[in-house]
Design a protein around this ligand. Sequence first.
Ligand SMILES: Cc1cc2nc3c(=O)[nH]c(=O)nc-3n(C[C@H](O)[C@H](O)[C@H](O)COP(=O)(O)OP(=O)(O)OC[C@H]3O[C@@H](n4cnc5c(N)ncnc54)[C@H](O)[C@@H]3O)c2cc1C
Length: 489
Amino acid sequence: MPDSVSENQSTPPVVQCRRVVIVGGGLAGLAAASALSSRGLAVTVLESRPRLGGRASSIVDRETGETIDNCQHVAMGCCTSFRHFCEETGCAELFETQRELYFVGPPEQPNIVRFAASSMPAPLHLASSFLRMPWFTLGEKRQIAFGLRALAKDRSKADCSFQEWLAGQRQTETVQRRFWHLVLVSALSESLDRISFQHARKVFVDGFLASREGWQVSIPTVPLDDVYETRIAATLRKSGVEIRTKAGVRALFTDSGEVTGVELRDGSHVAGDEFILAVPHYLVRGLLPTDVSQLTAMAALDQLETAPIASVHLWYDQPLTELPHATFVDRLSQWMFNRTVLSAGQAAAGEDREAVNESGCRLQVVISAAHDLSALSEQEVVARVDLELRDVWPDKREAKLLRGRMITEHRAVFSPLPGVDEIRPEQQSPIPNLQFAGDWTRTGWPATMEGAVRSGYLAAGNILGRCGSSESVVPADLPSARLYRWLFS
Ligand SMILES: Cc1cc2nc3c(=O)[nH]c(=O)nc-3n(C[C@H](O)[C@H](O)[C@H](O)COP(=O)(O)OP(=O)(O)OC[C@H]3O[C@@H](n4cnc5c(N)ncnc54)[C@H](O)[C@@H]3O)c2cc1C
């Protein structure tokens, strides 16, 4: 089929929207389902796995019987679509907003610095916390401040690697590693040479510079399954969405240039009027009709590279720390989430947190951009992380590690390489009644829960548009602070 399929869509006719079929019950598919069902459309979600949530999901640890997440998922304050989605589906109360972060200095200076906003307006609200970090010299702090200012001012469309951009800003190797890499590896799960300038700029501007709330972190207080599989599924079902799990789709059928239905792996068919394909990018082409999957824009999906994220779960016989989370400088461990403390806040509402803690603790340590971990065994990684934690909290050296395990998601996120946004397709597919949704589609956001929800909202908006509505589904971004605009606009 020629690439001109997409060119016939410039003035789409208004169509009658009856049933929307969504393939994929990850956040993108669920967000689209929420947006469409709340506007009165009939929606069916088909999910191949037994549970919803896609890459944000939980498993039961056989040895302890506990439900643990494949990996801790956090959302920043600038994730407005994700927050809206949580409010719409009644799960916002299952997240706790952290207005303080804790940075643990490098091994030779393991001070713990509390990081919180002062009363100054953005972009100065975090300056005093940053200035308290003793592992940066005064010269390094000045370098970082100049780098941040240059980043905010640089509105060029050029998309080199962020490491190349930093080289032009005279940022030393130590500053690159202990500041720029530290923030970006957690946000984008890649190393500086594999992150585009545009994606890096977005993290710092939206997250840390433009508004006072963008940097705050929302963490679920319950396992992810309780959020997506239980709470959101119940809300969607109540609003009339038909959710079918273990309903893997084998192929999409077309007739006269439109999708008419999907075939499930068990051979049954589901018909619909509008369709959303919300599966991971590497599965998209296999579900499309051959003539569409061979279009240049679709073939380009094969060029999207991915990055692994590992999470190490550790059970101790006693609490190592009362901190709910911590970010580590210059260590293999990047973020520690104290699941015992975090879930105590929710489960034991009103109960004494320490009482919940006395019986031991479970920590989850995240290692993003985990490319190099494949050279190590699971036991080696667990042992190194355990050592690092004991080094940070030396008075707990006698604590007994009861169990440790590592879960690695090898294709956790797409790599935000320079030029990646050119490869990401719009939500409107080359077939008029088929939308794409997923963090990999063109949203302006990296592979995040926010990106996934935005893509679902954009896909839903396109369907509403085809039904004659001009309503915008995507909520507004956080407004930029006046001082930020004055300094950098
Ligand atoms: C380890 C890890 C840590 C992460 N940490 C964070 C974080 O802290 N913050 C953050 O914002 N983001 C994080 N992310 C990214 C975030 O999880 C994803 O961006 C988001 O969940 C993607 O949602 P999605 O709906 O686009 O895709 P997916 O979650 O991949 O959903 C696609 C769904 O389609 C289903 N499917 C596939 N094929 C078929 C088929 N043939 N028929 C029917 N269904 C099918 C899949 O089973 C899946 O449920 C992390 C990801 C991982 C893996």
